[in-house]
Design a protein around this ligand. Sequence first.
Ligand code: NAD
Length: 252
Amino acid sequence: LGHPRVAIVTGSSSGIGEAVVKQFCQEGLQVLAVDANPQGVDIAEAAGAVFYQADLTDPEACRGSVMEAIKRFGHVDILVNNAGIQHVETLEDFPEAKWRQIIDLMLTAPFLLTQAVWPYMRQGQWGRIVNMASIHASVASPGKVGYVSAKHGLVGLTRTAALEGGAAGITVNALCPAYVRTPLVERQIADQARLNGMDEQQVIEEVMLKNAAIKRLIEPDEVAALVSYLASEQAGAVTGACWNMDLGWTAQ
Ligand code: NAD
């Protein structure tokens, strides 16, 4: 490339995004860490990244994030669309505002960020976009209509962008993990317990790991290692893929 690779990572203040920022910084990448939570500034700076506070449900904040990366580093080579939220409630009671927030953050923001980085990646004839989907991009679970719909949509975005990016050296892939040990999952264990009338240990064993061949949660570092590969030079032949890291969940 002739310059250090520049990456934008969204949802950088916690969980998987935090692990990806650390991994990229260790590899010597220049990283813009984007999150709505201002506490992320310490996490980002400790890792060696630059923090940018943005609520990505706002389209201007999406475009602003890319402009910030260009201002700081001059270009963008890698985009990791990772920011996400969960809301567990039956379809009948699912609040419309929550539906819209989830779609805005987890489907529209990745679209707008992809659109905004595209000219820079096309210009350099090199780009890597990694969309943090989920096993809920290919299977559903009750109580997660917003999340499951957004993640299924994200796969459509991934595949379309992969086709359009092929001639420009831009690869676009989705990564589909099962349950990862992060604050998002820790909150969800409590919600699922309420929804199913179970205690928290039962939720982990009987709901979360019911379909898993390997009965444990995934660690954020394990996901970051796969993001690192998909963002690397060596992954140039991988595009339009939905890469499962699901403890064997969908093998049956
Ligand atoms: P997390 O809650 O630990 O971190 C999510 C981050 O996104 C937080 O730092 C939060 O502040 C940020 N965020 C939330 N709303 C935002 C907004 N409007 N604008 C900008 N940032 C915002 O979650 P996580 O488990 O690390 O999840 C990261 C991604 O991985 C999500 O897309 C999630 O769907 C996906 N994922 C997680 C799991 C899992 O089991 N944890 C499994 C599959 C996929």
